[in-house]
Ligand binder design. Structure first.
Ligand code: FES
Length: 177
């Protein structure tokens, strides 16, 4: 006759109390896992849906009265960007070079060089835009005069509205060849 041995602890049938504790812990783990997954997926969903709700509608911004600008002169202007946020402060502003070509014609050039995006400066005495980074030079009409810039300076649309010069704001991408 063989002696009966007790089954190991792990093979013992679980008591109803232990089962309910296990079920409780499983549920807690499931719920916490779900919350964690949800929290981690919010930025991903935001990233995917952001383009759908993007507010990139161009806007016309006043930059001054027509009489404020002299024919043949190019001056720096600043204005609110297309979609400023209340907390943007000064960073909600953008700028351009505005040239008055005639009584009714204004041209607004982007500040950024088409080579690698450095801000260009207007040299009134030479009537050239100069880029300090790699020596890019543009004529007064924004076309390339010398250096590495592959394209003319990008332009903003302009118009005269009730005696006020307005610039159409929109993102101006750096153009590459
Ligand atoms: Fe202007 Fe390079 S960024 S020349």
């Amino acid at each position: 006759m063989t002696a009966k041995t007790n089954p190991p602890e792990s093979r013992k049938p679980a008591s109803p109390e232990l089962l309910s504790r296990r079920a409780f812990l499983e549920r807690v783990t499931f719920i916490l896992g779900g919350i964690g997954t949800l929290a981690m997926s919010v930025p991903l969903v935001g990233y995917v849906l952001a383009p759908v709700f993007k507010n990139d509608v161009p806007k016309w911004r006043p930059v001054g009265k027509v009489g404020d600008f002299k024919v043949g002169e190019t001056v720096a202007i600043s204005f609110d960007n297309a979609a400023p946020l209340p907390w943007d402060g000064q960073t909600g502003k953008t700028g351009a070079w505005l040239r008055r070509n005639s009584e009714t014609e204004f041209i607004a050039f982007a500040l950024t060089c088409t080579h690698l995006g450095c801000p260009v400066r207007w040299m009134a005495s030479a009537e050239l835009f100069m880029c300090p980074c790699h020596g890019g030079v543009y004529y007064k009409d924004g076309s390339v005069a010398a250096g590495p810039p592959p394209k003319p300076l990008p332009r903003f649309e302009t118009r005269i509205n009730n005696g006020v010069v307005e610039v159409k704001t929109q993102p101006v991408a750096i153009q590459r060849s």
